[in-house]
Unconditional design. Sequence first.
Length: 279
Amino acid sequence: MHSIKIAAPAKINLTLEVLNKREDGFHNIKSIMQAISLYDYLTFEIEDSTQTEILLSGNSDKIPYDGKNLVHKAITKFLEKTNIKNKRIKVYIEKNIPVEAGLAGGSTDAAGALVAMNELFNNRLQQNDIEQICASLGSDLNFCLHGGTALCTGRGENIQRIPTQNEFVTLIKPLGFGISAKEAYTKFAKLTKQQNNNYTEKMISAFSPDFLYNSLELAVINDYQELLEIKKAIPQALMSGSGPTFFVLERFCPVQFDSARFLTIEDLHFITDGIKIVN
């Protein structure tokens, strides 16, 4: 039996400018994505079997452990691409990244699964093959794969590395609900006034909290009292991705929120890498 453990970091969007809708139904975006020091850990065990089996388990009751899980889909695509058969693949997912939170928890786990599988099977795939699978599974998997700081364009799958700043991060996530990307983008399309002040270019040329921006925050914030509460308490806080998590570039939260209604994760920082093998 072979085993490996992977650390898969969360991401935040320092900027997210939603542009035009594409023919494939996705939107083009322009976003600066940033990997942060909050990790899911995935442990893989591979053994011979009379058939192909993918067995997922974990510590969270908020994610599926069947074919609906992006990790399962990533492993399936890897096996199809490499024509590997008759293996029992066990994966234990230690979830620390909140689910449906705008932090790419599912995407980073799936990217981690591809790195783990390739390592366990002696690098059957080239890097560009892994990147192609990532792009086929979701918009932000390629960013999660490489991590650090990057300008992401297209639907998010095209990445260009940029320098990483030395910043602390605190996350504030309302409890009890998530916001899907579909909901956020649908509501964005209904906005009558869609702002775009080239925050991404400004952020690249001179990093500043003044240039933090998210088009989707405008689309959903008025529909959830909790989001309005966060923004009122910390005006400089920004929603990440499709939400509902907000972040502030502070080591510790400047406001104390009700722990029964909000999860606060403090003392995080920007990191320069992405998926990594930890044993």
